[in-house]
Design a protein around this ligand. Structure first.
Ligand code: 4NP
Length: 156
C-alpha cells in the first residue's frame, strides 16, 4: 500500500481537492487497495472544518466528491507517508521545515512537477479569489494527478 499526503496552507481548498481528484482516478482504475490518500495543511487555523463550500461545489460539477475535515500536518506524517505533495513553493518550504535533519526531503514534491498540460509552477491559492480560481485549481490537479498516478504505478 502506497500512502500519499497532499498538503496546502489551510487544508480546506487545494489539498482536499487534490485528495478527491486522486481518489476518483484511483477508484476508476480499481486501485483502492494499492494507493491511499490523505491531506493536511501547514496552517492549523481551519482544523476540524470541512472543505470550503466553493471548492466542494466546483469539484462536484466534475463528479469529484470532497470529504473529510481539515487537519494540520504533523512531523510524524513525514515518516508515515511515502510521498508528500505540496501545492506551492511556500508549502514545500513549510513542510521541509518540519524535517529538521533532512531525512525525508526526498519524499517532498510539488504537485505541478507532475503537470504536462499546464505550465504553472504552483497550484494557485483560490481562497480570496473568484470562481475561475477554483476551476483553475481543478484543471491543474486533474492534469497533475493523472501523471502522479502513472508515476506511482511505474514505481511499483
Ligand atoms: P488552501 O486555501 O491552502 O488551498 O486550503 C486557503 C485556505 C485558508 C486560508 C488560505 C488559503 N486562510 O488564510 O485562512
Amino acid at each position: 500500500m502506497k500512502e500519499i499526503l497532499f498538503v496546502c496552507l489551510g487544508n480546506i481548498c487545494r489539498s482536499p481537492a487534490a485528495e478527491a481528484v486522486m481518489n476518483t482516478l484511483i477508484a476508476k482504475q480499481k486501485l483502492t487497495d494499492a494507493i491511499h490518500c490523505d491531506s493536511a495543511g501547514t496552517y492549523g487555523g481551519h482544523a476540524g472544518e470541512p472543505a470550503d463550500s466553493r471548492m466542494i461545489r466546483h469539484a462536484s460539477k466534475r463528479d469529484i466528491t470532497i470529504t473529510g475535515r481539515s487537519r494540520q500536518i504533523h512531523p510524524a506524517d513525514l515518516e508515515t507517508y511515502d510521498l508528500i505533495v505540496g501545492m506551492d513553493s511556500s508549502n514545500i518550504s513549510n513542510i521541509k521545515a518540519l524535517d529538521r535533519f533532512g531525512a525525508y526531503h526526498h519524499k517532498i514534491v510539488k504537485m505541478t512537477d507532475f503537470c504536462t498540460v499546464f505550465t504553472a509552477s504552483e497550484v494557485p491559492d483560490p481562497y480570496y479569489g473568484g470562481s475561475e480560481g477554483f476551476e483553475k485549481v481543478l484543471d491543474i490537479l486533474e492534469d497533475g494527478c493523472a501523471n502522479l498516478l502513472e508515476f506511482l504505478l511505474d514505481d511499483e
